[in-house]
Design a protein around this ligand. Sequence first.
Ligand SMILES: NC(=O)c1ccc[n+]([C@@H]2O[C@H](COP(=O)([O-])OP(=O)(O)OC[C@H]3O[C@@H](n4cnc5c(N)ncnc54)[C@H](O)[C@@H]3O)[C@@H](O)[C@H]2O)c1
Length: 358
Amino acid sequence: MSTPKTLSGDDSIKTWLEHPVGGPIIRDLLAQSGQNPDVLKPVQRLAIKRLVKLSKGQFSQEMVDQLVARAAAGDVPAGADASVEAPEPTTESADAGAAPEVERPEWVERLDQGRFAGKTVIVTGAGSGIGRATASRIAREGGRVIAVDVSQERLDDFASEHEGAEIVTLVADITDDTKVAEIVAAAGDRIDGLANIAGIMDDMTPIGELTDAVWKRVFSVNVDGTMKLMRAVVPVMLARGTGSIVNTASEAALRGSAAGVAYTASKHAVVGLTKSTAFMYGPSGLRVNAVAPGATITNIEATFASPLGAERVRQAMAILPDAAEAEALAASITFLLSDDGVNINGVVLASDGGWSAA
Ligand SMILES: NC(=O)c1ccc[n+]([C@@H]2O[C@H](COP(=O)([O-])OP(=O)(O)OC[C@H]3O[C@@H](n4cnc5c(N)ncnc54)[C@H](O)[C@@H]3O)[C@@H](O)[C@H]2O)c1
């Protein structure tokens, strides 16, 4: 039998879980906090060291270092099951001809220095998740960012992580017309881009159980807020004959099985806002596109208020690819926002690891 490899922080969570020494150590650690290894499934392809950032410090760098040291010392907890717990092969992967399981190289964000130099971009939802990753990338690529969120605390945290970058933070609810006017005023008479990213989930209810409150709240942020920002920036962009808007749709804009009816309908509406505006103002120099994220690791909250909704959506999730990091979505959004998207107008770009191809 071959000697198992020495584990490091760069090895994937999957490699750790399947390792004869690393696996029992991790499972023991999870059991101590009442967790099952299944919680790591959506992120199993990521290097274990990535958990430090993703868990916002709950899983610290010291814990990674300790794990690596324990694995190197063969420090398997007493009574732990030291057997290798490889996941059951699926019917597909057991098939002859299926792609072999290899450790995939990790994707690493590669900055395009100066891509946004001299440009002003408004980013909503900049305090967390996809919005934060997008605002960060634009700032690190030389842009001036108007970072908008309802949370002062999140914006302060974002700004403090980007000292020296050109960032204007603005606490604003995108459903409030007065605040929308403030956002546009803060940008000034040059708005090169708008990344409409702020959005909220619903509670997975089907139409028969939908409350007016959920419908109104979800539409107010996802549709009204998106529309209000678009309406406000278009005259400024038209005055310069150029501008790029990227709206955030969702897998729920492409299929009926990714959320409840309110969220699904709201994201289909975002596609309508995108296509109509792209069509109307394309000849005037504006580009308007949408990105449709698949599962992404962020702080967005999805509740399950309906047993039927929960069962139906969970069934559909069986074909879900691994969740992506917010930075992977920022890569798609900044591509569309930047001049690299020069010939792209009116598309809904699925950035979902192939979910929409299933
Ligand atoms: N995470 C996913 O799996 C996923 C999948 C598909 C689509 N999306 C979409 O991506 C977008 C970003 O979501 P995320 O997952 O990064 O969520 P997130 O909750 O991590 O971040 C959203 C941010 O928007 C802010 N926000 C919410 N309502 C606001 C309002 N009215 N005005 C201003 N700011 C507001 C929140 O404070 C938060 O900081 C949303 O439109 C969401 O629908 C997310």
